[in-house]
Design a protein around this ligand. Structure first.
Ligand SMILES: Cc1cc2nc3c(=O)[nH]c(=O)nc-3n(C[C@H](O)[C@H](O)[C@H](O)COP(=O)(O)OP(=O)(O)OC[C@H]3O[C@@H](n4cnc5c(N)ncnc54)[C@H](O)[C@@H]3O)c2cc1C
Length: 562
């Protein structure tokens, strides 16, 4: 059957019915959607060798109710003891709640939920009210050898939330989402870990009204999952936000942390710098719930000047010039832009279609000036901070782009990207509904190895026919950056998808990239950890695990490879 050019698949617009698989795996707010633009739909369809007919009927949508009831495998007296600590209403044992609080947002999680596979779920979900509750729960579980799996915002893409040995899923974002202290003099904020991105940033932006401060502030941390991830989750997974080039990633943003572990509770020192030996504060960042529960964290904050934003966009002739321009921006010592992103040719082509630039006058002008589709690369950026500083950073960045034969595209592509920066993940469900897999893997790399890693991983992915592989770098340092690979393929059985995904991770490892730049390790990257770190460094992590968690109850089953 042939369809006319304006054919659009029937994307799902309605919120998922309650207690369905879809209500667990759907990204973000239940009533919010963002469908692929016509340009993006066409690009996917053509690259994957599909036709409109392939979008006439959906595959499984997960809109079915979870009807199975699976009894918790926990002793009644343990359940009663937990309820005694937090109160009956803060304990749930129904299958839906247990599945919800044992699932993350990895492609594997999503595929299994669509297939109605229920495995690795907690026996009980417990919602602690404060740190005293957490202390009692962890002490009880330590004494009775009950697994404790910590749940922040639920956005893990590395199987960080699967409860492999059952036990408790400790939901941190239900009650433990308060601001504890705002210290304008030291420019810090102390919060409970379950506070979610928007509430955190909103409080900082409106600090004069909320806390009577003299200035407005920002946390400077905006992962793409910002709206649906928690501050505690950011800290323990070493997350990086889209403005990390200037503000730093979660590692740099943390001043001090308070943990409850099976062998005791402690707060790390809150100095801006100390020389008192290796820092326990650093050891705990990225610990992914394997050593203990983060119950409070003090973060650096920054003065907020939204009116001073200086966006810019360039098209560079090829990937090499884009990489060189970005490197020189970072190494120029004139200050760093907060946002900087370079897209390889394939991602640039898709972006041009998504932003509606392909085929426009601007597109023709670019081609006329020698910026050819399939070669040209997009660079977008934004400088923030004090007015003159932001202007200078933009001016110097532009000068460098020009030196690499870049053509200025005004702020349009940057603003377009900014507009969709938190909502693009909503498109994943739409594509999955028609049996198309879209997933990502990312890696840190030094400048001198960037092309080797890019080519190695890309050629592995592209060796699979009808596969889109888009790559960008989005977190910059003077010494290197990250590479973020987005791959889109036709659906396949979960087992085949996992083989393909493992193949990509093998290539990252083989070509000298880090196992993860900002998604963490979870259980997904665990099998590669010892090879990646080496026996000796892995032994240090094991020793820490043995110290903090002798009964191995904290996030058991392989998180961090432990
Ligand atoms: C669409 C999408 C986009 C994303 N974009 C980005 C991005 O731009 N940058 C980025 O860095 N990441 C990104 N991620 C990954 C994810 O959002 C991050 O890893 C985030 O930091 C996880 O935070 P969370 O609150 O959701 O934690 P969760 O997913 O709930 O938990 C993650 C891990 O931390 C542990 N944990 C959580 N809270 C605590 C606590 N209080 N104490 C101890 N352990 C705890 C959990 O046990 C788990 O192992 C993205 C994910 C998705 C789905």
């Amino acid at each position: 059957m042939s369809r006319d050019k304006s054919f659009t698949p029937e994307w799902i617009d309605t919120p998922p019915p309650e207690k369905t698989y879809r209500s667990i795996f759907k990204w973000g707010a239940p009533d919010r959607v963002k469908h692929p633009s016509h340009g993006f739909y066409r690009a996917v369809k053509e690259s994957l060798g599909l036709s409109d007919d392939d979008f006439a009927r959906k595959t499984s949508t997960g809109e079915e109710k979870i009807s199975q009831e699976i009894a918790p495998a926990m002793a009644a007296e343990d359940l009663a003891a937990l309820a005694e600590i937090v109160g009956e209403k803060n304990v749930s044992t129904d299958t839906f709640s247990r599945l919800k609080f044992s699932s993350g947002k990895a492609m594997e999680d999503l595929l299994k939920l669509r297939e109605h596979v229920i495995e690795n779920i907690a026996d009980v979900v417990v919602h602690p009210r404060d740190r005293e509750d957490v202390k009692k729960i962890v002490a009880l579980c330590h004494a009775r050898k009950i697994p404790v799996n910590v749940y922040g915002g639920g956005s893990s893409v590395t199987l960080g939330l699967e409860c492999v040995r059952g036990g408790v899923s400790l939901a941190m974002n239900t009650h433990m989402n308060r601001i504890i202290e705002f210290n304008e003099t030291n420019q810090t904020i102390t919060v409970e870990p379950g506070i979610m991105g928007p509430a955190y940033e909103e409080a900082l932006n409106n600090a004069p009204q909320k806390f009577g401060t003299g200035h407005r502030y920002t946390g400077g941390h905006f992962p793409q999952s910002f709206e649906h991830s928690s501050v505690g989750g950011w800290v323990v997974t070493l997350s990086a936000g889209q403005s990390s080039t200037y503000y730093g990633d979660a590692y740099h943003l943390v001043i001090s942390q308070e943990y409850v572990t099976p062998v005791g509770s402690f707060k790390t020192l809150a100095y801006p710098g100390t020389a008192t030996g290796p820092k326990v504060n650093d050891i705990m960042k990225g610990s992914e719930g394997c050593f203990g529960v983060l119950v409070a964290v003090t973060m650096k904050i920054f003065r907020y000047f939204p009116d001073n934003r200086q966006p810019f966009s360039y098209i560079l002739p090829d990937w090499e010039s884009a990489v060189n321009a970005a490197r020189n921006i970072c190494q120029g010592e004139f200050g760093l832009p907060s946002i900087l992103r370079i897209s390889d040719p394939e991602e640039t082509d898709v972006a041009m279609k998504m932003f509606g630039i392909s085929g426009s006058v601007l597109d023709r002008l670019m081609i006329f000036r020698g910026h050819i589709p399939g070669k040209r690369c997009l660079l977008i950026g934004q400088a923030d901070g004090e007015k003159n500083f932001a202007q200078q950073v933009k001016k110097n960045s532009k000068k460098i782009c020009k030196n690499y034969n870049g053509m200025y595209l005004t702020s349009y592509p940057m603003n377009k990207w900014m507009h969709g920066r938190f909502s693009d993940p909503y498109m994943r469900e739409d594509l999955n509904d028609y049996g198309i897999i879209i997933d990502t893997l990312e890696s840190a790399v030094t400048w001198d190895n960037l092309h080797h890693l890019h080519q190695g991983v890309r050629s592995y992915i592209k060796n699979h026919p009808h596969t889109i592989c888009m790559t960008h770098a989005s977190h910059f340092y003077r010494q290197g950056t990250n590479l973020y690979f987005i791959f889109i393929r036709r659906s396949m059985p979960t087992r085949d998808f996992l083989t393909f995904q493992r193949g990509i991770i093998d290539q990252i490892e083989k070509h000298g990239g880090s196992l993860s730049h900002h998604h963490g390790v979870g259980k997904m990257m665990a099998p590669w950890m010892e090879k990646h770190l080496g026996k000796e460094q892995m032994a240090v992590l094991q020793a820490l695990k043995n110290h903090f968690d002798p009964n191995r109850i904290m996030n058991p089953g392989g998180t961090l490879g432990l």
